[in-house]
Write a protein that binds this ligand. Sequence first.
Ligand code: QAP
Ligand code: CO
Length: 178
Amino acid sequence: MTQLAILEYPDPRLRNQAVRVEKVDAAVRKLMDDMLETMYASKGIGLAATQVNVALRVIVLDVSEAKDQPLYLANPEILSAAGKTPREEGCLSVPGIYEKVQRAEQVVVRALGRDGKPFEMTAQGLLGVCVQHEMDHLDGKLFVDYLSELKRQLIRRRLQKERKQRAPAEQRAPLSAL
Ligand code: QAP
Ligand code: CO
């Protein structure tokens, strides 16, 4: 298995529209496995293919405490949604930032599993929020899009500052390039 690099906001590739997979073949299964490994290594509970720069409609999730209940969804679709609830969200592509977002309280989702077979699931609570969040990624949407422009600007500046501190000097753009 391979750990993949996660794109960070405001990378424009996070805005790519993902296309449906034709079938869950060996390549898609490998993508799912690599995404799950990447998600676990980053202490995430959900990851969309968009975040690892693959424009396919594939997401992986695991909201269990023991990290032993992975869910693999290809071509996920929301069949029905009910209720509204604000919940704090984060995102591996927006590290260190957590904000409240309004989502449906419960969703019924249809998708293809890792075995390529269609299945349906009813998701609520953390899993419900997470599946809606990851499905947004497939349409190029981020949780920060639900916030005010002022908050987004603040978030962009904070991430930029942190990236500068993280990058070794030789990796930084020369002043002449700014
Ligand atoms: C989406 O996000 C989600 O900032 C999945 O420093 C998150 O797994 C939906 C993470 C919360 C609902 C509620 C974020 C890890 C993980 C960070 C994630 C961080 C380390 C985010
Ligand atoms: Co995310």
